[in-house]
Ligand binder design. Sequence first.
Ligand code: ADP
Ligand code: MG
Ligand code: MG
Length: 207
Amino acid sequence: MGCGAAEMAALLRAGAATIERHRVELIDLDRPIGDADHGENMNRGFAAVVSTLDTAVPETPGGVLKIAATTLISKVGGAAGPLYGTAFLRAATTLGDAAELDPPAVLAALRAARDGVVARGKAEVGDATMIDALSPAVDAAEMAEANGIAAMLAAAADAADKGAESTTPLVARKGRASYLGERSVGHLDPGARSTALLLRAFAEAVG
Ligand code: ADP
Ligand code: MG
Ligand code: MG
């Protein structure tokens, strides 16, 4: 299957459906180490993305990601909105006006998303943030590039799951959870979980 604008819109719809299904889980993850709004923030943002795509789908995959970015930035407050918005916007910019994506384009988009989140949030792997899921996901996609887009996204999703799990024993060093210091240990980071959920949804939608 090629990956054009319609397929990209389908990926985002799959992501939105996953976030809706896991809304309460993400809220519950954010409660002990944050302010219990991550599931609500993400669900509001992705529902708005779907509404926008219901009115019109742009002509290119990059255009679809750009709409997602601007919608997330305007609808999702807190830390996650600007970070996810930056991720999608950097990915969109990297794709330019390509009509169909190939594996190198998908890898470039994933890298740009990761680099954008790092540039904006200054988190490193091991700080117990979404970067702990996203960064190994990009590395795994790179290793799977020769096997095609579906294999890349599946590898990315597997790595993101492991990366999200890896945040549980860590001391959070960025965002609200970092205010707790050592008391953040023993909690899975909600943003790492939402990143893993989104990548799994993308992988399943494309595969
Ligand atoms: P808020 O903390 O403002 O309520 P959310 O609850 O929606 O925002 O999102 C929290 C998530 O954002 C965290 O679980 C973490 O993954 C992510 N996050 C917070 N700060 C950073 C940062 N500086 N870099 C990367 N991710 C971050
Ligand atoms: Mg929160
Ligand atoms: Mg908040």
